[in-house]
Design a protein around this ligand. Structure first.
Ligand code: FES
Length: 142
């Protein structure tokens, strides 16, 4: 193989690789949604010990595609709210904002109330609610 032929093949391969990388980076599936690998349903998505975690109102945990916020004292199911943490616009991970007691999406600025309702565009739908149950020292989110 001649040097020029080698370089032509190499540059063609790099261009293909770069185009593939750019397309993957721009695809809808590539986002900051991180570990949103949970499948909602009857499967337990998250276990939390409320005797050592989420101790104060407005404490929150965002993990495994779920965001859980303590909204009241006591360790009852109603003391917490839980949602899939994927923004309903394009799936970025929403963050809890203690100042507004709601959620904000860092990607395009959508906002949600603590009940998951959309309070600011461009989110098209509320956050997806998950079920919270408390049994002894275990809080489960399904
Ligand atoms: S992905 Fe959340 S506002 Fe666009």
């Amino acid at each position: 193989m001649q040097r020029k032929e080698f370089l032509d093949k190499l540059s063609g391969g790099l261009a293909f690789t770069c185009v593939s990388c750019m397309m993957a980076a721009c695809s809808k599936d590539s986002n900051t949604s991180g570990d949103n690998s949970n499948t909602p349903g009857d499967t337990i998505l998250l276990n939390i010990d409320p005797s050592t975690q989420l101790l104060a109102v407005k404490d929150f945990i965002s993990s495994k595609g779920i965001i859980v916020v303590r909204i009241a004292d006591g360790n009852l199911a109603g003391s917490f709210v839980a949602y899939l943490n994927a923004c309903t616009h394009e799936g970025a991970i929403v963050e809890y904002d203690a100042n507004t007691n709601g959620f904000i999406c860092p990607r395009h600025g959508a906002t949600y109330s603590i009940s998951g309702a959309v309070t600011g565009a461009p989110a098209p739908a509320p956050l997806k609610t998950r079920t919270v149950a408390v049994s002894g020292s275990t809080l489960t989110v399904k």
